[in-house]
Write a protein of this length. Sequence first.
Length: 144
Amino acid sequence: MPEKETIERAREDAQEGKAPTTQAGEFVREEIHHVREGKHGARSPQQAIAIGLSKARSAGVKLPPPPKGTASARKTAKGKSHRTTRRPSSKRSRAITGALKREGRSAASHRALARQARSAARRRRSSGRARTTRSGSRRSSRRK
């Protein structure tokens, strides 16, 4: 369950007209803090981010479903934001918490997060979107 402050911060972002990803960033930030303070661990920075995004979706942030994974996983993620919230089974939540507690804490280190940010930026750079903007800027410089 996300903290009240996090939900409030995300709500403020929504009122200011910020993107859903910015709103979701608050939940990811909270998750990173949870790992750092030892509430639980994470296997990788990506796992901590995924947990934060999942919490954001269930809190009602209009995020698209995760791109990878099985079709059923995408379907449940898509339906989560519309569905009335049902209490998760206590056995499952205990098992998840136990498994996360056994994971390491280094996933939320500055080094690991910096590596994740760099690789994400590299992925964005190689996408077609970046290529089109670069070619556009080249054209404008030729005209002068």
